[in-house]
Design a protein. Structure first.
Length: 283
């Protein structure tokens, strides 16, 4: 980063509090299920299981489409025309491994009609419906059947009778480039915030962190960022170098921005093992 870039970055951060403000969307957020202990106590027959889509979380509040952070998503008028006034919880999705594309499309202030024709709204819940998950799924299916739009579809839910069946489904999804699985307790009501009634299960773990600084690159990365210095929500500070593209090393995520990293368990010092940059949070 050159001097001008640093000055521009500083000016942007100084303005940020004045121009960026939104209340998070009232969504249920999943907890992790990554260990045998997490799953051994579960009666899997009491859960519905679906693929965890690699898309952008999107909340339809009955009038507007909002990001998880509560920011407006500028979708084309035709995309949300005739949608119900009932809130819906889902993902804007293009396909497996195409998060960066759908993220860029959803963040654009001026919607590109051609690009939006690729996007699907995959709906998995009705947040304001006062019923169990199974009952909400039936109501959601009826809503979407009446809506009858090819780009608005319910997320497929499956039943799992054993841990072996769950692991086989996870392996299938992961092999095909999917992110993992979501487990929903079938008799649970929608709960805003973190809930054990909704669990995410992956072959790896991921968390979020805030960018606090940069380490200079060397060798072929001379003059670029070698690694991001980040702090996760537990207050742990560490570096993220693996996973950064050359373009991101030349133009790194801004200080204060939120990024997602993946890792495989913890070290003896309780730090993420094999931490790898995954993506910038859309909000």
């Amino acid at each position: 980063m050159n001097h001008d870039t640093c000055l521009l970055l500083g000016a942007t951060l100084a303005l940020a509090p004045a121009i960026i403000s939104a209340a998070p969307a009232p969504l249920m957020l999943a907890n992790d299920a990554q260990t045998d202990a997490d799953l051994s106590s579960l009666d899997l027959t009491q859960y519905s299981v679906s693929e965890k889509l690699d898309g952008v979380r999107a909340y339809w509040n009955g009038q507007h489409l909002l990001s998880r952070g509560g920011y407006p998503i500028s979708a084309p008028t035709w995309f949300t025309r005739n949608w119900p006034d009932t809130p819906m919880d889902g993902e804007l999705w293009i396909g497996r491994g195409r998060f960066a594309e759908v993220s860029a499309i959803s963040r654009s202030y001026t919607p590109d009609d051609v690009l939006w024709r690729q996007v699907r709204y995959r709906v998995f819940d009705l947040p304001s419906h006062p019923a169990t998950f199974d009952q909400r799924q039936r109501a959601l299916g009826q809503h979407l059947e009446q809506l009858n739009l090819p780009w608005v579809k319910i997320v497929e839910q499956r039943m799992m009778n054993s841990r072996a069946q769950l692991e086989a489904y996870l392996a299938q999804v992961s092999t095909q480039g999917g992110e993992g699985l979501m487990l929903q307790r079938r008799n649970a009501f929608y709960h805003i915030g973190r809930s054990n009634n909704q669990l995410k299960y992956k072959q790896y773990q991921d968390k979020e962190a805030t960018v606090t600084g940069y380490l200079p690159g060397s060798g072929k990365y001379e003059g670029m960022v070698g690694a991001l210095r980040v702090e996760n929500d537990a207050g742990q500070q560490f570096s993220l170098g693996a996973g950064l593209s050359d373009a991101q090393r030349r133009d790194p995520p801004p200080l204060g921005s939120r990024v997602t990293y993946r890792y495989n368990g913890l070290t003896a010092n309780k730090l993420p093992r094999f931490a790898r940059f995954l993506r910038i949070r859309p909000d």
